[in-house]
Design a binder for this molecule. Structure first.
Ligand code: SAM
Ligand code: SF4
Length: 329
């Protein structure tokens, strides 16, 4: 799959649910209404879609959400997509998780062929954690991370940089990640979906964060590239990588290799744009995959050149009305 700008699409992020056991302040409102269950793709349908994408040249799949590990029978999906790792058609099957369910699922994930996972964690302070996630318990996530490491999974921590909330904690997070052999990626808040507070109050440009960290840590340029919005440095003192995802202050679209599918089967060609294609209808219309394949080709032919996120002044609507939990992070 090659898009109109010559970019090869080899990476799909599949959201398996819009539900979550947390209510992170930058991601969701406290009272969210979720999709009716019949609108969701079944696990069998998600597996079929994954297979079509793999046949079309996708070699990396990330399962996300909402919280992917709260979807019932989710391990069946990991096992079934995992069969493409055995055949070599798929190079990587991974997920992004809040970590709460890792105590019970880490071993199964490893057995299904998952080797690396991203765990989202914004603070190591119990009170702040409760404030950010509203419903989460830090202890449970720390136990989840421990279980994942013990199971042999490589863990990368994703931290959203939040002004006046965790900006004073980043040194501690870098050290903690270094001690446990985990890479760390810092993310800027993105204007996606209505939430209860004003995002402009929390927006912390990572260029400032990086300059500040460079006063205390030796940040070396790293050649590590993912085709995504992360730019990586190596921290000489810990030997771990430090990534910066800066959708607002930098443009990373030239090398974009990915598309996203929501839990209802809507294909978004860009996280920051509204244009989308419905894959659920062709999926349910015929047992033959030709229809889905054609719909995907047509949609990739419309992949936009890039996004135009802006965090507007107070009171402005978000640039993208859908929440991150709909498209998946
Ligand atoms: N529940 C899982 C988790 O938290 O890792 C997976 C889904 S979550 C939507 C994926 C990532 O998106 C998380 O790292 C989260 O911090 C991030 N995220 C959510 N809303 C965001 C926003 N408005 N701006 C930036 N990152 C956001
Ligand atoms: Fe849930 Fe992840 Fe959104 Fe937090 S960021 S509310 S854990 S989906």
């Amino acid at each position: 799959m090659i898009d109109p700008f010559g970019r090869k699409i080899s990476y799909v992020r599949l959201s398996v649910t819009d539900r979550c056991d947390f209510r992170c302040v930058y991601c969701m409102a406290e009272n969210m209404s979720f999709l009716p269950k019949p609108d969701l793709l079944t696990l069998e349908e998600i597996d079929r879609l994954a297979t079509v994408f793999i046949e079309k040249g996708v070699d990396k799949i990330r399962i996300t959400g909402g919280e992917p590990l709260v979807r019932r029978d989710i391990m069946d999906l990991f096992r079934s997509i995992g069969r493409h790792l055995d055949s070599g058609a798929l190079k990587e099957l991974t997920l992004t998780t809040n970590g709460s369910q890792l105590p019970r699922f880490s071993k199964d994930l490893y057995a299904a062929g998952v080797r690396r996972i991203n765990v989202s964690l914004d603070t190591l302070d119990e009170k702040k954690f409760a404030r950010i996630t509203r419903w989460g318990r830090l202890e449970q996530v720390l136990q989840g991370i421990e279980a994942a490491l013990l199971a042999g999974l490589k863990v990368k921590i994703n931290t959203v940089a939040l002004k006046s909330i965790n900006d004073d904690e980043l040194d501690r997070m870098i050290k903690w990640c270094g001690d446990l052999g985990m890479d760390l990626t810092l993310i800027e808040t993105m204007p996606m979906g209505e939430i209860d507070e004003d995002r402009a109050d929390r927006y912390l440009p990572l260029s400032t964060v990086k300059d500040d960290l460079a006063k205390r840590w030796t940040l070396e340029d790293s050649s590590h590239q993912t085709g995504g919005p992360s730019r990586y440095m190596t921290i000489a003192e810990t030997g771990q990588k430090l990534g910066f995802i800066t959708p607002l202050s930098h443009n990373f679209c030239e090398s974009c290799n990915r598309v996203r599918v929501t839990c209802t089967g809507t294909l978004y060609m860009c996280l920051g744009q509204q244009d989308a294609a419905d894959l659920r209808t062709p999926l349910r219309a015929s047992p033959d995959n030709a229809l889905i394949s054609d719909t995907i080709d047509e949609a990739i032919g419309r992949k936009p050149k890039g996004h135009d996120f802006v965090i507007e002044r107070t009171g402005q609507a978000p640039s993208v009305p859908r929440h991150m939990s709909v498209t998946g992070g």
